[in-house]
Design a protein around this ligand. Sequence first.
Ligand code: UDP
Length: 361
Amino acid sequence: MKITIVAGARPNFIKIAPIIKAIEKRQSDGANISYRLVHTGQHYDKNLSDTFFEELNIPHPHSNLEVKSGSQSVQTAAIMVAFEMELTENPCNLVLVVGDVNSTMACAIVAKKMNIKVAHVEAGIRSGDMRMPEEINRIVTDSITDYFFTTSVTATENLLKYGANPENIHFVGNVMIDTLTQNLSRIAKPEFWDDFNLVTGDYIVLTLHRPSNVDEEKSLQKLLLGIDRLACDKKVVFPVHPRTKAILENTNIDFKNIFFAEPQGYLAFMYLIKNSFAVITDSGGISEETTVLGIPCFTMRENTERPETETIGTNTLVGITVENLENAYAKLIQNGKRESGIPELWDGKASERIIDILLKK
Ligand code: UDP
């Protein structure tokens, strides 16, 4: 079996790392399976791409389509054109896509139109929010997927509701958590730890990059001022995503508690999260990682495609106003951490399950 694996953006790299490891393990056991790794070039900054390949020991991609930035349609179209050529020159039996970025949807469409089977890892999750480009990517990808690999019972139920054949849906767990499990013993202090005088368990980590939070400069400033205030005497470490950095370029506010940093590599970022008091974010992946690490997480969004991080895990969906965040944070200060657990099959073995299932096809 020849699999082409597609990765384009930071969360994709974190998801493919354990899948490639699982393939290589089966190869060394003598299984007839090989892969070709295609980087679409959607994320190309060293901080968002190369660092993850180096730290997670992901092999150098066999091909880089180098599409870079563009509007939603320009980027999607560029990926499709380049990926069609890639598949024509390098035929395979299966295209495996992960997550919900433009590369996921674009490459799934190209593969399906070339009569190549599509496997989607992290299939079936839905926010119900069609203003999110990711939601459109999820729906389109799942409408043409042959093998669905889901992270939760809810995701499986969503697919059944949309009419997917139950035989093609495999609840395998969460590959993001495979990466976390495999690398927890390697996490390491970020370089700025001592400069910022961080104390274990006594600082907050902040990440924001969704258009609804960062694209309006004034409301982003209001949100940051609110977070600066609610932190009281706790430091807030804010690795700033390039999208957010561009908006904040002309902001000249003297924050008391917020410490700005570059986007972090995986090992430093997970060290920061694991040793924090709490996390404020609009990332879906981070709400999964904080759930497994038992760190309180406040998600600055009105909906989530990962409801189990709230019902089972440590995540609280607070909406996008700073007032709601202040109320939710006050409850944590007053009552301490609430009880939480780890969702079913988030046990570090999802990738092995995926490859075992594909080998039986
Ligand atoms: N991440 C990281 N460094 C950072 C910020 C995030 O390594 O400075 C990791 C994080 O731990 C998670 C992933 O990147 O595994 C989430 O990426 P992102 O927030 O871009 O995507 P989303 O989860 O929103 O799809």
